[in-house]
Design a protein around this ligand. Structure first.
Ligand code: C2E
Ligand code: MG
Ligand code: MG
Length: 633
């Protein structure tokens, strides 16, 4: 007796719509043995709906032939079938070749028979009247459990093999396959499991690799010590394992069949593998579940600690076909998620690879620049609006690379900031520019101030006040003649440590300016908190001020606001006389831009300064020689 017709079925194990009964290329094979025609007909329809490829047998002899020629992954056997010695079918099947460890689901006429079937070796039972949906679901779970246990056995054998190999070869530097802390496979073992899974790949095969890294783990180690960090890692391992055990995430794939693995790849990096993966849309919920596993705090001793993670995902075969490729690309995507603030997942894309390749190259080449003298500093004059005289110079970094040519600062500085190498470069810029200032002083050129740009990492990873002390002591430059520019977008953070360093610098007399003002999101109230002297209106507003009424209004408002806060204003990117006039009307104290001069090498700047020392002229015709200078725009 049927309880529902297949036509009325609207969901399968995962709650999604059945896909029309088409068997998938990897469809698990079910053997349905029953004498009853309606059981065979309905059984086939329902099992196919759940993604099975179905063979049927009317007798145990037919079933035996199938077991040998086309072994199923699960057998559904009708208890009314009897074996040769009239034994019930479920016991008879066990004696058939290939039947010993086959998952067997027995259909029993009543509960009493069902109890007997379980006692006598059937793996699972359903009673009549048959709930076909329940039967199909149970069959799917039996296959899943069987596959998982086979894979676990294979992985275990593989790990045992590795362990034996590592043990038998004392010079072998192969790390232990299992991580002592979390009990998870380590990177090498994980790669082998991945390669194993990828090796057997067939058409339609998909596998996702998730690369997970804890955000700001160093902070936890720093705060709670390595033991505290270890406690977090153990809990992360447990949560990730639990995640992959969640049936609703993995179970539904292909009628409930999925392989999954977790590994500890290194330090605070974990890897996960899921197959079949399907599309990005299928993998996204898994990645989200992984992130959700971090919403609860971790326990370090008695303390609750919140940790977030960044996850990168690569899906085979589209993103790679070897373990190495997939891990590398998933890691790239993870790094990208991390750069965007963490606590999120990202899929790998080719653009990420190209950009990363270039960044890696820049990073590699940049590290040799200092000893090879490939870096230089150019200087751009800062002009007093009224007198038209040079009152300052902004030091701007240049890199002429033999391999890459002229690399713009906007391209290589972010790379150097990310790796922290900018701390070293920043020191060099400060030294070079202060030495130049000192030389100009010695030549009795006008006493101007030197403005150098400062990256956030110089404040967070370096000690800026100490560096400034050293450089000023070495060059004899007065603190009041040094101005440090912090971009509103990057370095101007109301972090107590940053504020402390800025205040320390201000106490020495060093000036601080906010660069690129208008491109960040600083509220005026927020600006008040910083010890500032100068505000530099970003060039995008200056560029638009003549044509765009909004830009003109914003520029005017920014200047007025800066004056209220008793800040001096420098307008950047001034390219035309009309802009100079407008800025003059707005009482902007200082201007800087190509209209006066682009950034030029030190000798050229020296010439500008020397020419500018002569009595002022009415127009900026003071800068005629620039057309022939070596300049960088
Ligand atoms: P910034 O500090 O805002 O520097 C001004 C940028 O505008 C410079 O670009 C300069 O060449 C350009 N510029 C000057 N006048 C004009 C003009 O009239 N029109 C136009 N369109 N542009 C003009 P540059 O040299 O490419 O530097 C870009 C950025 O790189 C700088 O922006 C600064 O944020 C950063 N940077 C440069 N040198 C250093 C450095 O030594 N340390 C740090 N941390 N950052 C630096
Ligand atoms: Mg600047
Ligand atoms: Mg700027």
């Amino acid at each position: 007796m049927m309880t529902a017709s297949p036509a009325s079925l609207t969901y399968r194990v995962d709650g999604s719509s059945p896909d029309g009964g088409e068997a998938q290329p990897h469809a698990p094979h079910a053997l349905l043995a029953s004498r009853q025609e309606d059981t065979v007909i309905w059984g086939r329809k329902w099992l196919e709906r759940f993604g099975f490829r179905v063979s049927t047998a009317g007798t145990l002899d037919e079933a035996a032939a199938l077991l040998e020629n086309d072994p199923p992954e699960v057998m559904i056997v009708d208890g009314s079938l009897r074996g040769p010695d009239a034994a019930p079918a479920w016991t008879a099947v066990r004696k058939l070749p290939g039947g010993a460890d086959l998952p067997v689901l027995a259909i029993c006429p009543n509960d009493k028979e069902a109890r007997r079937a379980v006692a006598e070796g059937s793996t699972d039972v359903v009673s009549r009247p048959i709930e076909w949906q329940v039967l199909s679901r149970r069959a799917a779970r039996l296959v899943e459990a069987h596959r998982t246990s086979r894979e676990l056995a294979a992985t275990r054998a593989e790990l045992e093999g590795l362990r034996a190999k590592a043990g038998s070869d004392s010079t072998h530097d192969q790390a232990q396959p299992l991580d002592g802390l979390t009990g998870l496979p380590q990177r090498k073992a994980f790669e082998q499991v991945l390669d194993g899974a990828l090796g057997g790949s067939r058409t339609g095969f998909t596998l996702a690799v998730l690369f997970l890294d804890l955000d700001r783990f160093k902070l936890i180690n720093g705060t709670y010590g390595r033991l505290g960090g270890s406690q977090v890692l153990v809990q992360v391992g447990e949560r990730l394992r639990a995640c992959l055990r969640k049936r609703e995430l993995l179970g539904p794939r292909r009628a409930g069949m999925a392989t999954a693995a977790v590994a500890r790849l290194a330090g605070d990096a974990f890897g996960m593998m899921v197959s079949p993966a399907g599309s990005r849309e299928d993998v996204a919920p898994i990645a989200q579940a992984v992130l959700d596993a971090f919403t609860q705090p971790f326990l370090v001793d008695e303390a609750e600690v919140y940790v977030s993670a960044s996850v990168g995902i690569a899906i085979a075969p589209a993103d790679g076909t070897t373990a190495e490729e997939l891990l590398q690309r998933a890691e790239l995507a993870m790094a990208d998620a991390g750069r965007r603030g963490g606590g999120a997942f990202r899929f790998y894309s080719r653009g990420l690879s190209d950009a990363r390749q270039r960044s890696l190259k820049i990073d590699r080449l940049l590290r040799r620049t200092l000893e090879r003298n490939e870096l230089s500093v150019h200087y751009q004059p800062i002009i007093d609006s009224r007198s038209q005289r040079i009152v300052g110079a902004e030091a701007l970094l240049r890199w002429q690379s033999p391999e890459l040519g002229n690399v713009p600062p906007m391209e290589f500085i972010p790379v150097a900031e990310e790796t922290g190498f900018m701390v070293e470069i920043g020191r060099w810029v400060l030294q070079t520019s202060c030495r130049a200032l000192r030389e100009w002083d010695e030549e009795r050129l006008p006493h101007i101030r030197m403005a150098t740009n400062v990256s956030l990492c110089q404040l967070t990873r370096g000690n800026l006040p100490q560096l400034v002390d050293e450089v000023l002591a070495e060059t004899g430059v007065e603190p009041t003649r040094l101005e440090l520019e912090l971009s509103e977008r990057g370095a101007l953070r109301s972090d107590p440590e940053i504020l402390r360093q800025l205040q320390a610098l201000r106490r020495r007399g060093v000036r601080v300016s906010v660069d690129d003002f208008g491109t960040g999101d600083s509220a005026i109230a927020y600006l008040k908190r910083f010890p500032l002297d100068t505000l530099k209106v970003d060039q995008s507003f200056v560029a638009g001020a003549l044509t765009d009424p909004d830009d003109a209004a914003i520029t005017s408002a920014m200047i007025a606001m800066a004056h209220r806060l008793r800040l001096r204003v420098v307008a950047e990117g001034v390219e035309q006389q009309q802009q100079v006039d407008l800025l003059n009307r707005l009482e902007c104290e200082e201007v800087q831009g190509f209209f006066f001069s682009p950034p030029v090498p030190a000798p050229a700047f020296r010439e500008l300064l020397s020419a500018n020392a002569k009595p002022a002229r009415k127009s900026p015709a003071v800068w005629p020689e620039l057309g022939t200078q070596e300049v960088t725009r």
